[in-house]
Ligand binder design. Structure first.
Ligand code: G3P
Ligand code: CA
Length: 311
């Protein structure tokens, strides 16, 4: 057994041992790129740790390989979170960057995932690989079977226009994979998220998907331009940058009036804005003063503690 697989087994064992009841309230904890505050983002280990910490949903950012396999990766490039430059020094594009869309899955398997941020998990490690989307789903569904919980998935279609231009079936393949694992219909335990309104509308109207969807929002102007009623025509909620709510707390009420959930991003203990003393204080204000329905957290255990303190 190689070290990567051994680590997965250990983390899974810890996951089963630590299992905590899912949060009963309607406020949901979304593990941002897994428990990315503790283990490198988008690794099976980070997903298992998030599961063990009581997350209600585990996020997967999606990218696609040249042979049409969906993998879990935040960027459209491999540079920031893998050792690609060392393994494939001759495969960068003219812009100096390495794109997963230029590599087969077999080649992606030769890479090792690295921590993105300083003062977190040691960066120079060979322990982790990039998982496929199917592997991420198998992990969550396997843990659901072994623990009796029902944790959902929260995939994000990252930069769909990039894959459209590359003639890769990014959006369609996601639906095929989801159907293979039983994610179909409005009651499925999933939210599909995307910044691109036209991609979500395409999913809803052209591909006839009835899965729950979240319109990601980068700034207040984008939200006002789109409009709550229009978003409610194709999505079940919005995922605004946290600053949007600080700037205009009324947007939570207005979203609720339109029947939309509000899941802002991203709470992380290393980047806490003023006036909050720590991320717990910030989470508490968003959850119980602004009344959001859940949020993306790099430290899902901290969000669980904040929610549990109100029970
Ligand atoms: O998907 C919500 C949030 O994760 C969006 O930001 O850049 O972390 O994917 P990002
Ligand atoms: Ca994301």
């Amino acid at each position: 057994m190689n070290s990567y697989r051994l680590l997965c087994v250990v983390v899974l064992a810890v996951a089963c041992g630590m299992c905590i009841n899912a949060v009963g309230a309607e406020k949901v904890i979304i593990a941002h790129r897994g428990a990315s505050g503790y283990l490198p983002e988008h690794t099976l280990a980070a997903y298992a740790m998030a599961y063990a910490m009581g997350a209600d949903y585990i996020e997967q950012d999606l990218a696609m390989t040249s042979d049409h396999v969906l993998i879990c990766l935040h960027d459209t490039t491999l540079d920031a979170t893998t050792n690609v430059a060392e393994v494939f020094p001759d495969r960068k594009r003219e812009d100096g960057k390495y794109y997963p869309a230029d590599f087969t899955l077999e080649e992606i398997r030769r890479l090792r995932t690295r921590e993105r941020l300083p003062r977190r998990f040691p960066r120079e490690t060979q322990l982790f690989q990039i998982p496929t989307f199917e592997e991420a789903i198998q992990l969550v569904q396997g843990l659901n079977a072994s623990t009796g919980r029902d944790v959902g998935i929260y995939p994000e279609l990252k930069d769909p226009s990039f894959y459209k231009e590359a003639n890769l079936p990014f959006v369609e393949t996601m639906l095929t994979v989801l159907a293979k694992y039983g994610y179909e219909g409005p009651e499925a335990n999933i939210y599909i998220q995307c910044f691109s309104p036209s991609t979500l509308v395409y999913l809803r109207e052209e591909l006839k998907s009835t899965l729950p969807m979240i319109q990601l929002i980068s700034d207040n102007a984008m939200l006002e331009e789109l409009g709550f009623e229009k978003i409610a025509g194709y999505a079940q909620g919005i995922g605004p940058e946290k600053k949007c709510i600080e700037k205009d707390p009324s947007l939570v009420t207005r979203a609720h009036q339109a029947g939309l959930k509000v899941h802002p991003y991203t709470f992380r203990k290393e980047f806490v804005p003023k006036p909050y003393a720590n991320v717990e204080e910030e989470m508490d204000a968003f959850l119980f003063k602004y009344d959001i329905d859940g949020g993306f957290a790099d430290q899902p255990d901290k969000m669980k503690a904040v929610i549990d303190a109100h029970k």
